[in-house]
Design a protein around this ligand. Sequence first.
Ligand SMILES: *[C@@H]1O[C@H](CO)[C@@H](O)[C@H](O)[C@H]1NC(C)=O
Ligand SMILES: CC(=O)N[C@H]1CO[C@H](CO)[C@@H](O)[C@@H]1O
Length: 388
Amino acid sequence: MMAVLLLLSAVVTLLLLQSTEVGAFVFVGSTHRQQPRSCSTSILFAKKKKKATQQRRTAAIAGKGFGVGKSLTTPNPQQQQSLKPSALIAHTESQMHATLIQWLQEHPTTFISPKFTIQQSKLGGYGGFSSTSGFADGELIFRIPRECCVTQDDALRDITCGEFFQLAKIKRVPSYQMLLLSGFIAKEYLLSKRMKDKSAIKHWSYFQSIPWVQNQLGQDHVIFWSQEKVESLLGESLAYNDALLIRKTVDSAIRLMKDVIQPIVEDADDEEIEEAVKGAFVICLSRSFAEEVESDDGATVEIENALLPLLDVLQHFNDPNTSLESYDDYILLRARGDISADEELFHCYQEERDDVIPKHKFFTRYGFIPGVRAPVIELLQNKSSIFF
Ligand SMILES: *[C@@H]1O[C@H](CO)[C@@H](O)[C@H](O)[C@H]1NC(C)=O
Ligand SMILES: CC(=O)N[C@H]1CO[C@H](CO)[C@@H](O)[C@@H]1O
């Protein structure tokens, strides 16, 4: 009964939010319909096969944290012991990615080429690479089953807060896609922190491989900044309004999710929930992929955001050397052109074209600026033309 009441109070907050027109940004709106030119090979390829396989379509994309890669986390010795060494030796020296790979490989439809490795990228943080042997054009790099991905359905079907998310979707709460995905993973993350047996949380192996707090794996985002920092660095910049909009949306989500999460994770205090929701939003903004999903009768196409593990390890490049195919049951990544040994694999999140998304917006949304290695804080201090 308690839980029902609290859920109701969340619903009331939700309705209030709607009526006061809380600022919200449409995350996918401007990006998904225009198919990025240089990414279109994969999308067209996927579409061509659609009729035969009833597959989903994947459109455009998000990026990931601009990494300086300074604060790479050190392996947890406990995990190290419990882990089969095979993933560590075969694919990566990074413990958290080995844990991710091991979990993915427990699913029978997973395939990860022995030639695929995860190493530190020159762009900061980690990236995907070919090993000492390369890939031939069209060669399969990996196949990840949908059940390992985090989708809107996971949120909507969740036993503890699915009903709340369903309502948010029906009411078309501003940015509800982001609210669903972020709210769901924030709740799961807070639960997993309290569990001895982490495997009780379905996506835990994935969650432990991604950064939840500022500066972990070089992650930064305006969502983490203080209001003073936003004012002083972004105050007169082109990115200011977008940053405010995003922060406002996250603030509303935090208010909503507090009411939803507190009865489920009883000992979580306001501050912990706030941190988890912020971290979840940064993860979803910077790593989720927007997909066009057809309704069962094929009559409508909706945009849904999903987190696709392993694919999100790859760094962004406008002219990528991989292509993505997206099906109902799995996603595939293939080599696009021959890839020689020890080369970094790139995926195009979102084409770098000012009419698609200007560079300053790349920063407020995804937390990094493609092709720019200079620290963003310095660019802002120097009043770079990207921002001013
Ligand atoms: C910012 O300006 C300082 C001083 O002119 C310069 O040393 C630095 O390289 C600049 N940084 C960037 C990222 O442009
Ligand atoms: C970053 C990179 O190496 N990109 C290349 C990947 O492969 C395609 C297709 O062969 C090239 O056009 C890219 O330049």
